[in-house]
Design a protein around this ligand. Structure first.
Ligand code: RTP
Length: 151
């Protein structure tokens, strides 16, 4: 299992405006994952149509676009073993009513249409999403100087 696996985690506009983003950074950092990219940005419709290409036909697609363009998003990239799957587990189920306590959505989200955070659902989608949201020069490569087992 590669310790250089990467995932794309985005704190959605409600998560930024409600001040939940420091908690997200804290949880991923404490879990031992390495932050290799971070920026506060606003997403335009064309980027979101690419990001959510699989959901274009869904009845909630327009409200999803309005939600995701309603304010800044904190876009981040994290690196570490199994980070895609582990990250999804840390997020919790899409619908906060089904998200376990202790997960980010289970602890902070109120409803499905404002569920605080996005995380890539596969290694392949993570690669696509990272290249959609970040330029290669916005990502950093570095190794822990503390120990070889720390990312
Ligand atoms: P995400 O991509 O944001 O991490 O969420 P996900 O994989 O857990 O869920 P997905 O099915 O990809 O849906 C993307 C986002 O669309 C909104 N949504 N609303 N029925 C609804 O009203 C509905 N279903 C999904 C949520 O914000 C979800 O995170």
């Amino acid at each position: 299992m590669s310790s250089q696996e990467r995932t794309f985690i985005a704190v959605k506009p409600d998560g930024v405006q409600r001040g939940i983003f420091p908690e997200v950074l804290k949880r991923f950092t404490q879990r031992g994952f390495k932050l290799v990219g971070i920026k506060l940005c606003t997403a335009n419709e064309s980027l979101l149509r690419k990001h959510y290409v699989d959901l274009q036909e869904k009845p909630f697609f327009n409200s999803l676009l309005s939600y995701m363009t309603s304010g800044p998003i904190l876009a981040t990239v994290w690196e570490g073993k199994d980070v895609v799957k582990q990250g999804r587990a840390m997020l919790g189920a899409t619908n906060p009513l089904n998200s376990a306590p202790g997960t980010i959505r289970g602890d902070f989200a109120i409803d499905m249409g404002r569920n605080v955070i996005h995380g890539s659902d596969s290694v392949e989608n993570a690669k696509k999403e990272i290249s959609l949201w970040f330029k290669p020069e916005e990502l950093v490569d570095y190794k822990s100087t503390l120990a070889s087992w720390i990312y």
